[in-house]
Design a protein around this ligand. Sequence first.
Ligand SMILES: Nc1nc2c(ncn2[C@@H]2O[C@H](COP(=O)(O)OP(=O)(O)OP(=O)(O)O)[C@@H](O)[C@H]2O)c(=O)[nH]1
Ligand SMILES: [Mg+2]
Length: 271
Amino acid sequence: MKNINFLIVGKPNSGKSTFYNTLNDKYLSPTGPESGLTKDIFKNEVSILDTNFIFFDTPGLRRKNKIDDKDEIKLTYNVIKLIDKIDVVFLLVDATKNLTKQDLKIAEIVIKRKKILFIVFNKIDLIDDLNKFQKEKKYYFLESYSPSNTINLKFISALSIDNIERILKTVIRACRVKSTKISTPKLNNFVRDMLKSQKFPKINKIEVKPKYMVQTDDDYPRFKIFINTSKKVPQSYKRFYENILRKKFSLIGVPVQLDFISAKNPYIKKN
Ligand SMILES: Nc1nc2c(ncn2[C@@H]2O[C@H](COP(=O)(O)OP(=O)(O)OP(=O)(O)O)[C@@H](O)[C@H]2O)c(=O)[nH]1
Ligand SMILES: [Mg+2]
């Protein structure tokens, strides 16, 4: 049976422990209206949908400059360290409050570690116009948030989830997508099709064109793309290429990395 390590993080009072208890279908982690209630990391295993889920509840993460307690600093450190051992992170955000820099900072940490990230707006039962709310958040993440292809968005009410299995199925699917392996011939057909149909951005009047590509054996979709120039590839080109690749191979909601390597000049010139 496959293990999925599933971590719940977020600011204090966002509803992490409530969600954790709902996932476990047991009152394991105390919840309440006061902020900073959870003072330890909780862990529990549940086998469901042919998968062994290991759920973790964590203390709320506050901004560094707001913490002056040694224990809280240590706990924060332990939560961040735990992310390395995790498969999936649910970042809970209180839907009745504004999305803050701290929420985005936590997201950034998870994205850097190449983990599957769900940004989860919780307490949607308290939102008056839910349609409008969802539209606004989706628009924000699609239009103004550059790693939008990397993340998954969810809207829940941790107090009353009627279908936990539906959420867990999305998680299992995301793990499957993250372990996608694409064969070298398929990747190079993709390169050939691109060369036929796309115009490529130029650096110093030279079109930056892919020549061939391979997938590495990392635990997430990572590719080496050999290109026709030894010039530094601009960020915009990387994004352009990544978007086409993600669409073509349905790599949405998972981390992806492209490493551009010059196929023109494999030797670095020494001065
Ligand atoms: N209306 C509503 N209230 C919620 C929901 N989820 C949690 N709450 C309430 O929000 C408060 C905080 O919930 P907790 O689960 O303790 O929050 P937490 O993120 O674990 O908080 P810390 O451990 O302090 O970081 C409690 O009063 C919950 O009953 C929800 O979906 N809807
Ligand atoms: Mg808690």
